[in-house]
Design a protein around this ligand. Structure first.
Ligand code: GTP
Ligand code: MG
Length: 281
């Protein structure tokens, strides 16, 4: 696939940034999968351990020894700060021309890298999101309400960024180096997802918008017994972050629309109560 596209000559190295928190059971395997994946350019792996306490920290020497021929860098946080903070550390250390975020569990498959990198390599995109909700890749069937939650957060984020993404919360986000050089993540936890999405939707320092693409990816979600950690609290925090970083004009529009919807609902309810009182029903 990569051979058939026109490749940007300035794209020579991929950095895979992996935030890691208590992933003892999956870390070695995900690093193997990442290292094994041929991306047609140099590759470095930046592991950021977010103060794991489950024995994950004992694995890094073994990982370095197993992949002695590969370019693997390990950074350590001395207290747990969250995925956003781990990525901030990882981005600062990454030296690639393209940077991809890779979770340390086995939900996202590095085999999707070729498809994710293609729009950047062919100079169509500056940012690529891997969507779990489009395309024909295989998907594990899991929680309905989590899917609804993801859709609602993506909808709210789209309303306030004027983007038409289908999966704002996806782990697979790929950036040209230049994009990340202009963006600082301030949110430490999972709310960095709406923050970074809002920031790539803004004009860059040349006054132009970044070119954003989406590609379908496979997804092997895990359940809580397998280590799933995300909770409804992360959803609430995401909504607040979407509002906080949304574009002012869209925020005003959505607020007016919401207030109007609320008024219409209240008026309809009050008419209904009157009709019931007057014995119409
Ligand atoms: N939960 C959590 N993950 C962190 C933290 N710091 C770094 N991470 C890493 O961030 C990545 C995403 O975390 P996950 O818990 O898999 O989050 P998710 O994929 O959105 O949600 P589930 O896998 O469905 O729980 C993983 O590689 C974690 O190891 C942290 O403080 N908490
Ligand atoms: Mg996960």
């Amino acid at each position: 696939m990569l051979d058939s596209i026109q490749v940007r000559s300035d794209v020579k190295k991929l950095s895979v940034v992996i935030p890691v928190y208590n992933e003892r059971t999956t870390l070695e395997e995900i690093v193997r999968r990442v290292v094994r994946q041929d991306v047609g350019m140099q590759k470095e792996v930046v592991l950021v351990d977010d103060c794991s306490t489950d024995g994950t920290r004992d694995l890094y020497d073994r990982i370095r020894a197993e992949h002695a021929a590969s370019n693997i860098l390990v950074c350590y946080h001395d207290r747990n700060e969250g995925k956003g903070a781990a990525l901030r550390t990882g981005f600062a250390r990454a030296t690639g021309d393209i940077i991809v975020i890779q979770d340390a569990d086995l939900e996202y498959d590095p085999k999707d890298y070729a498809a994710l990198l293609a729009p950047i390599r062919s100079d169509k995109a500056d940012v690529v999101y891997g969507s779990r909700f489009v395309g024909g890749g295989e998907h594990r069937v899991l929680y309905f309400w989590h899917m609804i939650g993801n859709r609602v957060l993506t909808l709210l984020s789209n309303m306030l960024t004027n983007l038409n993404l289908t999966d704002m919360e996806t782990c697979y986000k790929v950036f040209r180096r230049e994009v990340l050089e202009e963006i600082t993540i301030t949110c430490n936890r999972f709310n960095f997802e709406p923050e970074i999405t809002a920031k790539i939707a803004r004009p860059n320092r040349h006054g132009r918008y970044w070119r954003i693409y989406e590609v379908g990816i496979s997804y092997a979600g895990r359940d809580y017994s397998e280590g799933k950690k995300i909770t409804w609290k992360d959803g609430v925090s995401a909504i607040w972050t979407i509002a906080r970083f949304g574009r002012p004009r869209e925020l005003l529009f959505v607020t007016v629309l919401g207030a109007f919807g609320l008024l219409v609902t209240l008026a309809a309810a009050s008419w209904l109560v009157r009709l019931v009182r007057f014995g119409v029903f």
